[in-house]
Design a protein around this ligand. Structure first.
Ligand code: NAD
Length: 486
């Protein structure tokens, strides 16, 4: 179990505020339920208007979003706020607007004319109803508004619960949504652990949870009481495998550069990388070269995202200290890098050839530490990954498709990328999600639309069928069976 999993105790737990928020949540839930029953199948135009409002909401709040992220993280690069937390969901919404009409159209399925005559069969996606979305702290806007796009496009009503670790972002999201939507359509519930638990207990038509696997288990247990279907977007250790000959400046830039996104606090960041033993020194040199050239003062610059809380910062520092105490080689990638407790900025370090029982090899790191694990044979690297939980993201580097394809085919993962990292999570058209301990279900694109829809199979009777063969008495059935089986 990861420390992220064991450290799910939030900053605030039971409070009078939560009791008020829970009462308001239940009222909002009841109001949304009633509203759904008056509008069970919004038209494509209505859905598009709702998604369009999300675009306007985000674009008109660029600056407050950036300010809120800086307040919550201690330090958060403005261009990254714009690119990831504003333009990310905006691009996703535009993609949905372009495709929604097609997705809503019934999808025809084959029938057997000998049995079914001129009947028609199709899959029709209808709104599920009320969908809850419990959001983690690392992408407070992208992970709340992003899935909301497909939830609204599918004709649902939505209640979002932001993380208690991002109070400024939660408050802003609540304000933005209140100014944009009627609460019977979209509602933001702000509070602590008691509120989070109250959300999981409600009889949703679907519940999305993004966060650690341990809490994911609790969510699924709570949802099971109502047989609520869940999408669980969880975490874990995402590996990068560099095949022999692939340790070059471009690939090392991809890996270390990915660590600079939210300073490693990203579910699809590279958690550790597997490097051919003979190329480990080159990997370290190229990593140092990259930081020197691209981000010499990274940890003292506004390009470095702060670690979300001092507790999370101390956890990362402890993990690194354990590696040092156990005599692992720790390579600091900045000559003058230092951790600043005021902004919670932390420099990036490599840990070379760490012992397998170190915490950095046992837990999801979720920060600026990168274990570099030497391997002798690609099969050993694959076996090592397969000995752990199924990853959310798998990254394979190499020029020979036969070799990269072979690795991709041998490891079950939620998503994957070749010769790059994490970009699979940035495409509006590409299904995103985990497998096994890294999650259940998919969002983004048509798979997201379908995940949040009830995909109903429909048959429309025509002429010339033999449906009566299913009814007693079974003389007709017997004749049909005889004609088929002899
Ligand atoms: P967190 O502590 O902010 O928790 C996430 C949400 O769960 C919060 O809103 C919190 O209030 C709620 N919560 C906590 N305990 C709960 C309970 N018992 N019942 C109901 N709700 C509860 O975030 P975190 O868990 O530290 O997030 C980090 C994890 O999330 C990492 O493992 C990361 O990999 C994963 N993650 C996954 C994705 C993905 O898309 N797969 C994206 C981002 C983060």
């Amino acid at each position: 179990m990861s420390i992220l999993e064991s450290e799910t105790q939030p900053l605030t737990s039971s409070s009078t505020n939560d009791q008020t928020a829970i009462a308001e949540l239940r009222a909002a839930f009841a109001a949304q339920r009633a509203a759904f029953h008056t509008d069970r199948y919004p038209s494509v135009a209505e859905r598009k208007a709702r998604v369009g409002k999300l675009i306007e909401m985000l674009l008109s709040h660029r600056e407050p979003i950036s300010t809120a992220l800086s307040a919550d993280f201690g330090s958060h690069p403005v261009p990254a706020s714009d690119l990831i937390e504003v333009l990310g969901p905006v691009g996703r919404a535009k993609y949905v607007l372009e495709n929604l009409e097609d997705w809503m159209r019934p999808s025809a399925r084959e029938i057997d004319p000998a049995m079914m005559g001129t009947a028609q069969a199709y899959i029709h996606s209808q709104p599920k109803g009320l969908i809850g979305n419990i959001v983690p702290w690392n992408f407070p806007f992208d992970l709340s508004v992003g899935p909301m796009i497909e939830m609204l496009a599918a004709g649902n009503r939505v209640i979002v619960k932001p993380s208690e670790y991002t109070p400024a972002s939660a408050e802003l999201l609540q304000e933005m949504v209140e100014a944009t939507f009627d609460p019977t359509l979209v509602y933001v519930a702000v509070g602590g652990l008691d509120l989070a638990r109250a959300i999981a207990d409600l009889p949703w038509d679907h519940l999305l949870y993004t966060g650690s696997p341990n809490v994911g288990r609790q969510i699924m247990q709570a949802a099971a009481r109502n047989l609520t279907p869940v999408t669980l977007e969880l975490g874990g250790k995402c590996p990068a495998v560099l095949t022999p000959g692939s340790v070059n400046a471009t690939n090392v830039q991809s890996i270390i550069g990915t660590k600079t996104v939210k300073n490693g606090q990203m579910c699809i960041s590279v958690d550790y990388c597997l490097v051919p033993r003979a190329e480990v020194d080159t990997f370290v040199k190229l990593s140092l070269d990259f930081m020197r050239a691209a981000a010499a003062n990274y940890s003292q610059s506004p390009d470095c995202t702060g670690i979300i809380s001092l507790r999370h910062l101390d956890r990362l520092a402890d993990m690194l200290q354990e590696a040092r105490d156990r005599k692992s080689l720790v390579v600091e990638l900045e000559a003058n890098g230092r951790t600043d407790r005021a902004t919670r900025r932390m420099p990036i370090s490599l840990v070379i050839d760490p012992a397998p029982d170190l915490r950095i090899m046992q837990e999801e790191i979720f920060g600026p530490i990168l274990p570099v694990v030497p391997y002798d044979d690609v099969d050993d690297a694959v076996a090592m990954i397969n000995a752990g939980e199924r990853p959310l993201g798998l990254y394979v580097f190499g020029d020979a498709p036969a070799s990269t394809d072979q690795i991709l085919s041998q490891i079950v993962s939620g998503g994957a990328a070749v010769n790059t990292c994490a970009i699979q999570g940035a495409l509006p058209s590409l299904a995103f999600g985990g497998v096994g301990m890294s999650g259940i279900g998919r969002h983004h694109g048509i798979e997201g639309f379908r995940e949040f829809s009830n995909n109903r199979g429909v048959v429309v009777r025509g002429a010339g069928d033999h449906f009566d063969a299913f009814f007693a008495p079974y003389a007709k059935a017997a004749a049909i069976v005889k004609s088929v089986l002899g």
